[in-house]
Design a protein around this ligand. Structure first.
Ligand SMILES: Nc1nc2c(ncn2[C@@H]2O[C@H](COP(=O)(O)OP(=O)(O)O)[C@@H](O)[C@H]2O)c(=O)[nH]1
Ligand SMILES: [Mg+2]
Length: 311
């Protein structure tokens, strides 16, 4: 249900469906341009580069791709635009493949995951889904409700806890998130829990406050269980396009991010942002989300993604 492997399964079909708008803005427009032109010349390459940038893949990737296309165009007479299309596919594949690194839960000892990201990106939903998956694989899992800014955030995590059948450590709204995390790490150690997942706030009165709070949560985790957090997962919403890139910069500089999750790839034309994130950050992409249902979150697989996008 969750792992990768079955290529033509239903997830692949849904991924294809989910990426259809991105495919329109990135692949079909490029195809039309290539197949519609009689001459492959400088103007065409300029137009192509502009189009790629509009499709959110980022200027660095766009210019590298065009440079490579130009070299090939000089060497051969390009009787078929398929050659350029293949270069595009191979380049996207190469970039995405580098960021393929599923989370590995060790066999022994407590493994801790701190989940961060701005409000509404899908943190709490993702936590519920991965908690369910870890449990199904035989791990004991515990959640910590360290988003104490909103009462609804605590309740939402509790609902997931009940649904999955795992404990949720919480305090009242407005409590110090570090105190919640302190309790959670103690409880996880005492009960011999395998995986502790910490939900955090995505908005406070100011951004500086938020980053300071997250830094403190991270410090407490490291102090109470050295080596912790083993993973800092940043959840990004694909529909926000370039904003996702800014968020990645901001969170990475402030607290250090070890894994990315890109949600809401369904129904957006901005899915090209995954290429920009993969190109500009040396951070593995752990999961992608294509909907709200339990099996709409999936371990990221670069080959599957590029196939769903280009096929
Ligand atoms: N379409 C779509 N919706 C999603 C996805 N992931 C999460 N959501 C929805 O986004 C909304 C915000 O999610 P939530 O987990 O509360 O975000 P948080 O504020 O970061 O904790 C909820 O309505 C989720 O169901 C996704 O991959 N696709
Ligand atoms: Mg939340």
């Amino acid at each position: 249900m969750f792992g990768n492997g079955e290529k033509k399964g239903s997830f692949f079909e849904r991924l294809k469906e989910g990426l259809s708008k991105t495919k329109q803005s990135l692949v079909r427009n490029v195809d039309e341009m290539l197949f519609g032109e009689k001459r492959i010349d400088r103007d065409l390459f300029e137009e192509l580069e502009e189009m790629l940038i509009t499709a959110d893949v980022g200027p660095a990737f766009a210019s590298e791709l065009i440079d490579e296309m130009k070299v090939i165009a000089k060497r051969s007479d390009l009787s078929s635009p398929d050659v350029l299309r293949k270069i595009m596919r191979d380049n996207i594949h190469f970039i995405l493949k580098q960021r393929e690194a599923p989370l590995e839960i060790p066999k022994n000892g407590l493994y801790t995951v701190m989940v961060v990201g701005v409000n509404g990106t899908g943190k709490t939903t993702m936590i519920g889904k991965i908690a369910n998956e870890f449990k199904a694989r035989g791990h004991s899992v515990m959640l910590a409700a360290a988003d104490t800014f909103r009462a609804a955030a605590i309740e939402q995590l509790e609902v997931w806890g009940e649904r999955v059948g795992i404990p949720v450590i919480k305090q009242k709204k407005g409590a110090d998130p570090s105190a919640v995390v302190f309790d959670a790490v103690q409880a996880a150690k005492a009960r011999g829990i395998d995986v502790l997942i910490v939900d955090t706030a995505g908005r406070l009165h100011t951004q500086v406050n938020l980053m300071e709070e997250l830094k403190k949560v991270k410090r407490i985790m490291a102090r109470e269980f050295p080596g912790s957090p083993h993973e800092v997962l940043l959840v990004l919403d694909a529909t926000t396009g370039q904003n996702a890139v800014n968020q990645a910069k901001m969170f990475n500089e402030a607290i250090g991010v070890t894994g990315l999750v890109l949600t809401k790839l369904d129904g957006t034309a901005k899915g090209g942002i995954i290429i920009r994130l993969a190109r500009e950050f040396e951070i593995p992409i752990r999961y992608i989300g294509i909907g709200e249902k339990m099996d709409d979150l999936r371990v990221f697989n670069g080959t599957e993604f590029v196939d769903a996008l280009m096929e």
